[in-house]
Write a protein that binds this ligand. Structure first.
Ligand SMILES: [Zn+2]
Ligand SMILES: [Zn+2]
Ligand SMILES: [Zn+2]
Ligand SMILES: [Zn+2]
Ligand SMILES: [Zn+2]
Ligand SMILES: [Zn+2]
Length: 236
């Protein structure tokens, strides 16, 4: 299992027009997904006069169009991204620690960066090998297949699918040449699947750890001719 992380704060932008009485505070529901367009309350008429509210950005009283966002009130042209000054009145915005951000700068500043492409991870995020990854950007170093929810193996800090890991790095059986996973037998300067270590003639397994050797090959007692007796070492 690869843990997934998905946290970000989104909020609806609520816009008011100045009324004879102070504009009501509209609570912005959150979280909101998918991105929601700002809601405009009232008509297009922009009134004049003074207001009880001061702008969270410039501390000046707000007259005319007022933005309510993040629990504060803003001049409509002062509700901008903290990094690039993009006006956020009509776009989806994000906020952190009381500062509003545009989509790009929020993710650039606060989202984890992908270990493969080094760009911000906005939505689904895989965490593995101490890094974060876009789904699809965490893949086998050899065959390039993404792991999704599959397990993976690690060699020299790089991820591999099980098939390629075994093919590339697992010890090979002296008998069948296939990779060995789990228990094996060390014998005759090689490693063997338990089932592959048997008499070179009849392929019968050795019920004890004793067998006979001739020209570097194992034999049962019946097929042994002139070699010497040896002992196999099962290895966990
Ligand atoms: Zn202002
Ligand atoms: Zn920005
Ligand atoms: Zn990526
Ligand atoms: Zn692979
Ligand atoms: Zn084998
Ligand atoms: Zn035999």
């Amino acid at each position: 299992m690869i843990p997934r992380a998905d946290d970000e704060s989104k909020e609806i932008l609520v816009k008011h027009e100045e009324e004879p009485t102070p504009a009501p505070v509209v609570a912005a529901p959150k979280p909101v997904t998918p991105p929601t367009k700002p809601v405009r309350n009232g008509g297009d008429h922009v009134g004049g006069g003074s207001s009880l509210f001061v702008c969270a950005s410039c501390d000046e009283p707000i007259s005319g169009t007022m933005i309510t966002a993040m629990g504060k009130r803003w001049h409509s042209d002062h509700f901008v991204c903290s990094v690039c000054d993009l006006n956020l009145e009509h776009v989806q915005f994000f906020h952190k620690d009381g500062q509003p951000y545009c989509h790009f700068d929020y993710h650039d500043k606060f989202s984890p960066k992908c270990g493969h492409c080094n760009t911000p991870i906005e939505n689904e995020c895989l965490t593995a090998l101490g890094k974060s990854w876009h789904p699809g950007h965490f893949f086998c170093r050899d065959c390039g297949d993404p792991f999704e929810e599959d397990g993976y193996m690690v060699h020299d800090g790089f991820p591999y699918c099980e098939k390629d890991y075994l093919r590339l790095f697992a010890p090979k059986c002296t008998g069948c040449q296939d990779p060995i996973q789990g228990d094996f037998i060390s014998a005759l300067k090689g490693k063997w699947h338990r089932d592959c270590f048997g008499c070179s003639v009849c392929h019968i397994g050795f019920d004890a750890t004793s067998y006979y050797v001739e020209n570097g090959k194992p034999y049962c007692k019946a097929h042994y001719k002139n070699g010497s007796r040896a002992t196999a070492t099962p290895t966990a």
